[in-house]
Design a binder for this molecule. Sequence first.
Ligand code: UDP
Length: 318
Amino acid sequence: MSEKQTVLITGGAGFIGSHLAGQLLDDGWRVIVMDNLLTGDVRNITHFANRDFLFIKHDVTEYMIVSEPVDYVLHFASPASPSDYMRYPIHTLKVGAMGTHKALGLAKYHNATFVLASTSEVYGDPEVNPQPESYWGQVNPIGPRGVYDEAKRFAEAMTMAYNRSHNLSTRIVRIFNTYGPRMRLEDGRAIPNFITQALRGEPLTIYGDGSQTRSFTYIEDTVRGILALMRSAETDPVNIGNPEELTIRQMAEAVLEITGSQSEIVEMPLPEDDPQVRCPDIHRAQTILGWSPEVSLSEGLRPTIDWFRQEVTAVDTK
Ligand code: UDP
C-alpha cells in the first residue's frame, strides 16, 4: 500500500462535502476541509476532530495556501439549493468562478488531481430527457437560476482549460438531486421541505401542479459515484444520479406515506425557470465506473426522515 493520501475538500462542512470527508477518513485518508460556513455547518464535521483531520475556515474565493502536500482537491464549495443561491446570488457566482480558479490553482501548485462538483443544472430546462453528458443544455443566463447554472458551466470550462493548458489531472461530476441526513431544515429543496412539513403536520407545498419531474439519489450512492470517478482516469463529465424519474407530486405522496403524516398537499406558484423534467442518462457512469445507484427511494427516505425528526424536535422543543 502506498503512503497516506491527503485530500482537500472545499465546502467540506456542507451536505455532500462532509459525507465525502467521512468516507475518505474511513478509507484511511488525511482530510482537510476548507469552508466559510455560509451554507455549511460546523456540526457536520465536529465529530471528525480526533481523526486525521484539519478544518480551515476560509472563503475559497480568496487566495489560499496549504503548505503541506495535497494529492486531491475536491471542489464542493457552493450554495446548492435554489433558495440558497437566490439568497446569495453574487456569492454563488463568485465561488463557481473565482473559487474554482483558486481551487484549480491550488491543485496545480500541488500537482494534485482536481475534482469539480458540477451539477445537473448545467442542462437547465432540458429539451432532451433523460440527459446524456453530450447534451449542451438550455439555460437562461439572466434568470434567477442563471447565477448557479452559469457559475457551474464556467467552472466546467475553467476545469477543462486547466486540463488542456496545464495538463492538470481533472474530473467533472454532474451531480443530480441528492438527499439524506445532514440536509438543513431550512435548505428549501423539495425533500427537506416535504419531510419537515409532514413531520410538523403542515401542508406539503407543491410548486406548480407537481407534474414536473426529478430523480433523487441517496447520499451514499452519490458519494460512492463521486469517489469512483475520482479514482478513475476519466476527464470528461460523468452524470451521477438515479435514473428513476418521478413527479414532484409522487415524491410528496411518498413522504406522506412513509412518515404516516395526515398533512394535505397544497399548490403554490411555480418558480421562474423551474425545469420541467430532469433525469440522468447514466450509461457513462455504468460503463466507465461500474457505478449504479443501489438505494431505493423508500430505503433512503427512512434514515433521512429520522434525521429530520431529530432536527425538528431539537428546534421545536427549544
Ligand atoms: N418544489 C416543490 N415544493 C417545495 C420545494 C420544491 O414543489 O417545497 C419543487 C421545485 O419547484 C422543483 C422540484 O420540487 O420543481 C425540485 O426542487 P428542488 O428545490 O428540490 O431542486 P431543483 O431540482 O429545482 O434544483
